[in-house]
Design a protein around this ligand. Sequence first.
Ligand code: DSN
Length: 424
Amino acid sequence: MGESPFWGPDFDQLEVEDPEIAGILLSELDRARGGLQLIASENFTSPAVLAALGSTLSNKYAEGYPGKRYYGGCAEVDKAEIIGIERAKQLFGAEHANLQPHSGASANLAAYGAFVKPGETVLAMSLPHGGHLTHGSKVNFSGKWFEVVSYGVREDTETIDYDEVRTIALQHRPRLIICGATAYPRLIDFAAFRQIADEVGAILMVDAAHFIGLVAGKAIPSPVPYADVVTFTTHKVLRGPRGGMVLCKAEHAAAIDKAVFPMMQGGPLMHAVAAKAVALKEAMSPDYQAYAAQVIRNAQALSAELAAQGMRPVSGGTDTHLALIDLRGVGVTGADAEVRCDAARITLNKNAIPYDPQPPTVGSGIRVGTPSVTTQGMGEPEMAVIGRLIGTAVTDPASAAAVADEVTELVSRFPAYAQTPVGV
Ligand code: DSN
């Protein structure tokens, strides 16, 4: 780290101590920089965030909350957490924020812990229609501990049918209603969900993991005014460290804090809490707002080009950072498309589409997202190129090497982490 007094990441030392792991760090950086990263839930977090993550705050035990810890020596980490909480409240207009959840699943676990008892009823979007594992899948704690009833999307519009949600809610009287998804390209009507929750006396939880970065950048409407509790991850469009966060109304603050710690977690990861604070500051900038708007324009341009390639965007397009693409028109499964794109240095994931005839391990679709390529500085012209490259890679596996060459040329003009970090 040169003359800096900060004892931070020292890659030279890692190379000497553990060349095996150091080599993997380098080859992963090469992989990420050498191809197109289109996983909708990933991004390239900033060097400042990475610095906080690689700091000695990782060493500190700090069970509890600022000013109320179970360990001594917390004065400095207290400052970082207080700054992070205040930034979160300011950025999202929230009454309360908890930055300690280790992940999105942990944040959701805490929300369940705060509001629902085992055996009570929860209404959430089904996983095959774009929901999340923690929204009631039978293999997850949520499906094992709670009575989960699900809503999906209509077969004709492939969008949420709010009348159907209301009917199911009136029939089952859930204690908790969850909206938010992992593969839903459209905006969610939070006011409609609030109305339904009020009608049946339910708590409204918005799992905003996928789109909270767009909310932070003021590119789409916020769920905060409508929801009792908003959970999310910090590493998707928001571009922070891997981790989770919860926002809630003041009346739920004590319940949420107790549910995060000591109910669901022990010691917080203070290096991650500090890194979340850094990311929140970055997200307050005009540059970030321009980024969030461009993420959406890019997703729309990519979706349009994929449609031109004969690949149908589910629901006809996107309002967000991702598009869900039905590949049945080109006769390729999602699993095959993922492998073929990987061979061409395009990283994306197979995905179930609504009413999918294929099992989830195969899937009839792919999900593409633009957070990473937008961080690299790409715009609509590059999305048209990427759409064409995906079309070629998916339909003609023999073209993999030629597509990979074009990918290499494209990413060389928009390098991720253009400056190699010190010591690497
Ligand atoms: N794995 C995340 C995603 O890709 O959407 C959700 O947890």
